[in-house]
Design a protein. Structure first.
Length: 242
């Protein structure tokens, strides 16, 4: 009896109709894994349509069909809102570059709101953005220009367009690990720490996107710093035969 029950259950799970239900729930789980709200909505909408077909054609369950239809309509409405917001948002070249580097998966409306939290500044050559062992009260995004990273009076790296300054101190609340000094006029988007945190407190998805950008930028800066160190060591190494 138990064997027959198990066989019937297995047959039900692998039947052609069941695959439609598996696909619907699988797509729903996949949508929850998306970092982009746009792709989350698209995949959730496809999942809802698939579930609607499963509940109506296989299960013949009118209650589930009604809720499936409501789920599809809600996601379709949210997608239309995102599309309408995207059409209203405009970026200049600097803002567009920031969005591509820092917030590539964030909807335009949220990116616009985030940019408005900061302020564009022109920093002259010699400006000090952070000082080693001092609190970090600003997050700086470099749109153009170059910045030296100095630790104990030794330049260990150079930051340029597309890089963040102060991201580690902003995230951890710890003092700056290096002094950063502009070696050329710098055009930057600057965020005050307190205002930045107030904005991110109610937008966890935006915070995650920004943290992802920090990690990618840090990986790039470490790679360039390693290349700089290797080149410096090669330059100092004695030439064979001398």
């Amino acid at each position: 009896m138990d064997f027959k029950l198990d066989a019937d259950l297995l047959a039900a799970l692998v039947s052609p109709g069941a695959f439609l239900g598996h696909a619907a729930y699988g797509l729903l789980v996949l949508s929850m894994m998306m970092r982009s709200i746009v792709w989350l909505r698209i995949i959730a909408l496809i999942s809802g349509v698939t579930q609607l077909g499963y509940d109506s054609l296989v299960l013949h369950d009118p209650v589930s069909v009604g809720w499936d239809a409501l789920f599809v309509l809600a996601n379709a409405y949210q997608m239309m809102v995102l599309a309408w917001q995207a059409r209203r948002v405009r970026f200049n070249d600097e803002e567009y570059g920031f969005c591509q580097n820092a917030l590539p998966l964030v909807p335009p409306m949220l990116a616009r709101q985030f940019i408005n939290v900061g302020a564009w500044q022109d920093l002259p050559e010699g400006s000090e953005l952070t000082r080693q062992d001092q609190p970090v009260d600003k997050l700086t995004y470099i749109a153009s220009g170059t910045v030296d990273v100095v630790v104990h009076d030794h330049t260990i790296a150079e930051c340029e367009s597309g890089d963040f300054i102060g991201e580690l101190g902003i995230l951890s609340g710890k003092p700056a690990t290096a002094t950063t000094i502009a070696t050329a006029p710098v055009r930057a988007l600057v965020f005050e720490r307190d205002r930045l945190f107030r904005h991110l407190r109610t937008r966890p998805d935006l915070k995650l996107a920004l943290q992802s950008a920090f990690k990618e930028n840090l990986r790039s800066k470490l790679s360039l710093a390693n290349e700089r160190t290797l080149a410096h060591r090669k330059a100092e190494a004695p030439v064979a035969g001398e």
